[in-house]
Write a protein that binds this ligand. Structure first.
Ligand code: OAD
Length: 233
């Protein structure tokens, strides 16, 4: 593998699949069993908050019985040992990158382990069910919602991500179908700025043609292999 100095990595649900977390669009995935309009839009939340609270409470509870897999751990090793700059962006709301050892993770779609207050707009750690209507630890109002970016909302820290995409010499997409923007457009942004682009996914994603190189397989196998190549070990 050529030498790179600035790497941006984007991960999606596929990197957590081997840990036992359902993806969204694979057969049997979350969006086959739940309607996006009901559980992942501000309108769905306004219509039936308890349904939305129950959906994200169950996903947060499920995190307790899963573990990071070799792909998460390999990216943590890359962060620790890569001498250049690395930005790890995830669309995932689970905490498996952190539990796998990554220190600096940009959760562009939010996190299950925090809540967002609709009154004061502060984000706070969350470890009780939202269905219990806990008070916001900052303003004390009972106005918490999942700290998850829904369809029609702006992902977190997009400016920071685009700045890194403008400077990176390698963009790597791992375990994402490339169906949801703006994340799906990161590959074209990186390509336009002269970066090499690498896809590590079970199958070709929707934007597969924009990748300079594609490797298809299970993240738990192909991600550690790639990290070994980058670190020259
Ligand atoms: P998807 O479910 O759309 O795509 C998961 C991708 O992972 C697919 O391309 C699979 O082929 C691949 N995959 C499955 N198992 C894998 C494995 N073991 N190793 C490698 N790849 C594997 O999930 P995302 O692309 O993450 O947003 O979805 C993007 C966004 O859509 C999510 O963040 C979520 C969802 O709606 C919000 O909720 C805002």
């Amino acid at each position: 593998m050529a030498k790179f100095e600035r790497i941006v990595i984007l991960t999606g649900a596929g990197i957590s699949a081997e840990s036992g977390i359902d993806t969204f669009r694979d057969a049997g995935g979350l969006w086959e069993r739940h309607r996006i309009e009901d559980v992942a839009t501000p309108e769905g939340f306004a219509r039936n908050p308890d349904l939305v609270f129950g959906f994200y409470d169950a996903r947060r509870a499920a995190l307790k019985s899963v573990e990071p897999n070799p792909a998460h751990r390999a990216l943590a090793r890359l962060e620790a040992e890569f001498p250049g700059e690395l930005l790890l962006v995830t669309q995932n709301v689970d905490d498996l990158h952190e539990r796998g050892g990554s220190r600096d993770v940009l959760h562009m779609h939010g996190e299950l382990s925090s809540a967002l207050c609709t009154a004061c707009e502060m984000r706070s750690p969350l470890d009780v069910p939202l269905l219990d209507r806990p008070a916001c630890p900052v303003c004390q109002a009972p106005t918490l919602r999942p700290d998850v970016v829904w369809f029609g909302e702006m992902p977190y820290r997009v400016e920071r991500i685009y700045a890194a995409l403008g400077e990176c010499d390698l963009f790597v997409s791992i375990g994402t179908s490339g169906a949801v923007y703006p994340a799906a457009g990161f590959v074209q942004e990186a390509l336009m700025n002269g970066a090499r682009t690498l896809e590590l996914n079970l199958e070709p994603s929707e934007g597969s043609r924009f990748f300079t190189e594609s490797r298809h397989g299970r993240a738990g196998e192909i991600v550690p292999q790639w990290v070994d190549e980058v670190l020259g070990s």
